[in-house]
Structure formats: C-alpha cells, structure tokens
Design a protein around this ligand. Sequence first.
Ligand SMILES: O=C(O)[C@H](CS(=O)(=O)O)OP(=O)(O)O
Length: 274
Amino acid sequence: MNYSLSHVPERTAQPRNNGVTMVMDKGLSLAEAENFLSKAAKFVDIIKLGWATSYITENLKEKIQLYHAHNIPVYFGGTLFEAFVVRNQFEDYLRVLDEYGLEYAEVSDGSITLPHEEKCNYIAKLATRGKVLSEVGSKDAEKIFAPYKWIDLMRSELQAGSWKVIGEARESGNIGLYRSTGEVRQGLVDEIINAISAENIIWEAPQRPQQVYFVKLIGPNVNLGNIAPEEVIALETTRLGLRSDTFASYLPEDIKQKYKLGKYFQDERLKQDN
Ligand SMILES: O=C(O)[C@H](CS(=O)(=O)O)OP(=O)(O)O
C-alpha cells in the first residue's frame, strides 16, 4: 500500500486459496502482458487464457513463462479442453499441457453435452497431474437448470478432484449465474452458498455490479473470475471498500451514522419522504 488507512479489510496473502482474482487474458501480446503485470501482478492470482485463444496467440510459451515468473498459474479456457475432447484428442491435450508447463487445467462442458460421469472422469484424471478447475453451467441460454442441480454437479466435481468449481457467466456475464440482463440469479446463488463452502467456488463476474454483489455478499476475500486485465485494480479497491459501491462496508457504525452511509442514508431518505 502507498499509505496507511484505517478500517480497510484484511486480504488473504498470495499464494491465495481464498480471495482469488482470476483474470481472463484473451490474447494479450507479450508486451501487453508485461505492461499489465508491471501494474497489477500482486492483485492477480490465476490467469485464464480465454477459450481457445491460446491456439493462435503469438509468443504463447514466452507469455506463459512470463506469468509463471511472477508466480501466477496459468490455464487454458475450458472451451479448448472441449475442442480436444470432441475431436477425440484428449491425450494430445495432456501433451499440450505438459509442453507448455501448465499445472492447472479447466474441465468444462459449456459448449458440449457430456455425460456427467465422463466429465468427472476427466477431472479425476487431470487431478492426478495438477490442479483442476471445473466449470458448472452452460453457455447455451436455453439450458437452464435448477439450483439443486448446480449443487449436485458442484459437489460431485469437487469430490472427483476439482480444486475449485467455477460458476459460468461467459465473458459477457449474461448467462449461467446471471439473467440475460446481467442481473444476478440471487436465489440460485443463495442456495449454492448454503450448500457449498464459498472458498471452493470461483464466481465468474465480468461486470462491475456483479463483482460488487459478490463482495457485499461474501466479503473482500470472495473468489472472482473472468476479470478483465484493465479491471483488476478497480476490483481490488472494491474488495477493500475504497470505491463508492462498497464504501460503507467496513466502516464502524459511528462513522456510518455521522456521514449518513449505508442504512443511515436510507433512514435519512425515509425521514425526508415522511
Ligand atoms: O466461460 C467462459 O468464461 C469463457 C469465455 S466465453 O464463454 O467464450 O465468453 O470460456 P472458457 O472456455 O472457459 O474460457
């Protein structure tokens, strides 16, 4: 920190298991990645090379080495895993992971239909070589399933060996955990967190209101994913209660009362209305 401020919540320390910020790199150049790391490396816990962008990204090996040199694990988007699976090339996929020195891997079925047992077998197999993140939720807006189903899938994937399960949102944030407007499916999220420990879940939350929602609900050390590189520092301030959206979150009552923050602001509005 550049100076001292009281009433700022404590963040977990890197390497984090909780309070993770997963950033989506969808094809940054090596120079852009260097530039990005020079300002934000200490706020980045995992990099996902979005969907199959790694297939055509220039200087891929060098970029992965650069992230690793900053102790930031990297994994390929789940869509790439799916692209290998549907071509019957899973063994090739394993070779690619080894060739690029990737310990982390994502298993997903967002674009394909995969029997869940088969998905769990892939999770178990990949878990023998490193950390697995498995994604729950479809990229197809027509495929909506009930909260109990999300919970069942998440539970069995964690049991199969996933390090964390990811709640689907896509880059756009208008699917899976969210309605087409981007609004959070709050009932779904409430049921999930009642059943599964929040530290086992990474919530994809590409839009600012979605990030704010989860920071307010779960706290500064919530695991968030699909964060755009240019939003990392802004998100960190949201976590710390240093942006308007979460400003009142960690301040004591006397300060909130004096400056009419949070519920005191609402009380004031009510008085004015009556
Ligand atoms: O599910 C995701 O967040 C992404 C990005 S998008 O769906 O293509 O927008 O897919 P992934 O393959 O996991 O990177």
